[in-house]
Design a protein around this ligand. Structure first.
Ligand SMILES: Cc1ncc(COP(=O)(O)O)c(C=O)c1O
Length: 389
């Protein structure tokens, strides 16, 4: 039934026998920098590549501070902690996301609350967020003893727990309605942390994703736009936030020439120099990688445009990274047939994740109406999107 699509994808990827969803592309100085790293003996978290990689990312996304982590999940965990999320609190996120988004919330001791996504952007729906907050929360003035001032906080009417953060996610690198979500955060006094793990190289106009809220997080896992093997980055314009994130991720070690002073419970979450060395080489090629991915996305869009399959491309104000190209079928049975036929032909297409709110550990969590999430869970497919050489 899908022979035309199979031929098209095979041709796009030069008739390779197996076409993976997203392979890393090593195009430049990776091996040289790894050798330098080994020769220098600085292979762990101290080393010049870490500092250099942080600078490159900060410059590329247009932010004042970037802090490198072992992966995106640990960066999300620390971003939440620094934003003030604690045990027995609640954090709002979307049900349609990778499991790491909810896991990072759980690591802080807080519980996720799931809202719906938008059919057009695939990211958090600002309308669903606003409705849930309006119907389920109340505000209260709290005296902050540390800062000696009153602060307005937002609480859940039924659980009486504080809502301490909102984490929207930019699905597959497509920008969600982040400007509106940040406005809602201000209105309800809740900080926004952007899960932009999939969005390196994605912009709205000329503003990079991940820098609209209090902080954002990127991932450099092997399947992402660029990779460091494993790795993540916290990006923020807030110097204090960055400093706290760096301290907590470096086992809360206080600088001293020889003593081991750790002044609170910290985490061993800093990116090793050896991973950063790969990251520097990858960032040197980011423009080439993004251009190649955009061309692939255009090919898919031209192929699927005016067919019964919807191909996501973003609107004219968006400049997504086209991390994973995405199509939507009219119903689940067509989607299953497409997945079966393409995979039988060596094309590793994939469905989107199962809803987080349905996973065993999150089934008991509060949620809004998840109408769009349920539709998309059954009808979306990711197409091979890696670098085409
Ligand atoms: C939406 C989302 N959040 C978080 C992560 C976690 O990143 P990492 O795998 O680097 O821990 C990923 C990707 O892996 C992701 O896709």
């Amino acid at each position: 039934m899908f022979n035309k699509e199979i031929d098209f994808i095979k041709k796009l990827y030069h008739n390779k026998s197996i076409i993976n969803l997203h392979e890393p592309a090593f195009l430049g100085n990776e091996k040289e920098y790894l050798n330098n790293c080994i020769d220098s003996t600085f292979v762990s978290y101290l080393g010049e590549y870490v500092t250099y990689f942080e600078k490159m990312i900060a410059e590329f996304v247009g932010v004042d501070h970037a802090v490198a982590f072992v992966n995106g999940t640990s960066a999300l965990h620390i971003a939440l902690k620094v934003a003030g999320v604690g045990a027995s609190e609640e954090v709002i996120t979307q049900s349609l996301s990778f499991v790491a988004t909810a896991n990072a919330i759980k690591y802080t001791g807080a519980d996720p609350v799931f809202v719906d996504v938008d059919l057009a952007s695939l990211g958090m729906s600002s309308e669903s967020l606003r409705n849930w907050l309006a119907q389920n929360t109340y505000k209260e003035e709290i005296n902050n003893l540390e800062e000696n001032k009153n602060q307005t906080r937002c609480f859940n009417k039924s659980t009486k727990k504080r809502i301490s953060a909102i984490i929207p996610m930019h699905t597959f690198g497509f920008p969600c309605d982040i400007e509106e979500i940040v406005k809602i955060g201000v209105e309800f006094n809740i900080p926004v942390i952007e899960d932009s793990a999939e969005a390196l190289g994605s912009f709205i106009g000329d503003k990079h994703l991940g820098i609209y809220g209090k902080a954002g997080v990127l991932s450099f896992n092997g399947n992402k736009t660029i990779t460091t093997g494993g790795g993540g980055m916290l990006i923020t314009n807030d110097a204090y936030f960055a400093e706290r994130a760096k301290h907590l991720s470096t086992t809360a070690k206080v600088a001293h020439p020889w003593e081991f002073v750790h002044n609170e419970v910290g985490y061993n979450y800093r990116m090793p120099n050896i991973n950063a060395a790969i990251g520097v080489a990858q960032m040197e090629k980011i423009s080439e990688i993004l251009k190649n991915k955009k061309e692939t996305a255009e090919s898919y869009y031209n192929h699927f445009n005016n067919t019964e399959v919807e191909c996501y491309f973003g609107n004219s104000n968006m400049n997504p990274n086209y991390w994973l190209n995405t199509i939507k079928f009219e119903n689940e049975s067509l989607r299953t047939r497409f997945l079966t036929e393409t995979n039988a032909n060596g094309i590793k297409t994939r469905p989107i994740w199962n809803l987080l709110s349905e996973l065993p550990m999150y089934q008991g969590c509060q949620r809004g109406e998840l109408i769009n999430s349920n539709i998309l869970e059954k009808t979306l497919v990711n197409l091979p999107s890696g670098f085409r050489s």
